[in-house]
Design a protein around this ligand. Sequence first.
Ligand code: ZN
Length: 468
Amino acid sequence: MSPSTRREFLQTSAAVGASAWALASQARALRGGRKQPNVVLLMLDALRPDYTQAYGEARPTSPWMRSFADQAAVFDRCWSSSTWTAPACASLFSGLYPPEHGIVEGFMANSRRKERQEDKGVADRAPTGQKINTFAPDMVLLPQYLREFGYRCFGIATNPNIGPQIGFDRGFEEFQVRPEGTANEVTEWIESWREPLTQGDQPYFLYLHYMDVHKPYNQRAPWYQPSSGGESDPGETRSEAEEAAEAYRSELRFMDEHLAALEKSWGWDKDTLVIVVSDHGEEFGEHGGIGHSFQMHAELNRILLMARGPGVQAGRIATPVGIHDLLPTLLDHLQLAPPVETSGKSLAPLLTGVASEGLEERLLYAHRRKSKFRPLDIWGVNHKRWRMILNEEGQLSMFDIEADPLEQSPVAVQDQPEIHEKLGVALRRFAEAGISDRAVLREVEQSEAERAMLERLGYADGEEEGGE
Ligand SMILES: [Zn+2]
């Protein structure tokens, strides 16, 4: 399926072509010297919404998020476009689904393929170096738009996938990749940006990507509570998943404390547009794993999304939305020109408390690839209370997330034949359209130290990026 047919299929309202850039310049001229609000985007990698107090957690995991939610538009049903970092963040930056932007494999995919070819004695056919898929040159990313409209764009990522290799630094005036950095370190590192960002007349866009709740989970004092179990009290012994969840909660509280301090230190008040979002969730044994391995269930696909700032009405929003909606939403809410292309929709009417036609009826898609000799793909679609997954073996399963939020029992076809038919047909069509070859495969350098770091984060065995 060609990109244009795919867009038609997705029924987007994208304004494609150079005319959008002309529109953008016009809009900028019309706005004259009026200062736009500063925009801060906090990307909390692997944060599962239901572990936060903003989304109903009763334990004190995230007091700052709870108070932030009271002043914010909170999307109760936001879906990622994938279940791991690079494709999901690429959707945020581009406004496109993973099969459209083509960023579907990570650093380790090619080296895993190479190793397997060597194992099988076919090393001569193996790639000679490390390759990674990179944003197509003609794809316009969020910071590029904002820069075009006069924003100074600075960003920092503590996940090595979110860096120049894939092209995530595009449009930023300054972008740092600091693998494995913690929330307190991010605060320290961006201090040198305070002066350039806060002096002068230009508004700023700040992208801060946190990895604190990503594996490996540290046991953060004083919040981590050791199990009281043991020989004397075996009833209290935690399972491996419960132990991981306890450490995860302590990491969340640690990050939450530092976000609160950061907000205060930088003075982000009602005049700053602050977006809090995650790229995917995390599993603690719901479907047999810990982390975010190769699957598409709700605990991985569902994400957190909250926005607070000028023009945003506080409240809970039940309308299902997607991570790829953020680009058109931001441009619309800031009254800038629409994006050159997107499969997302502007949620600006929802942010301002106005009901928006058509958003309720949408089908929101997701994809994840497993990099083996040949690629294996899992597909997902979200529609109202229904979710459907098409697994790598071509089997469909449907879930009702209101009745069964942890997706323990698929809905039988005979119980919901119409919705099953509708989602099944749509999902198979989406899958059959395949992956765009628009992303450019590019050779990258990788040192032994970098490879060791990727192994620590769970990439080498493909846990995070969809390998074996
Ligand atoms: Zn991630």
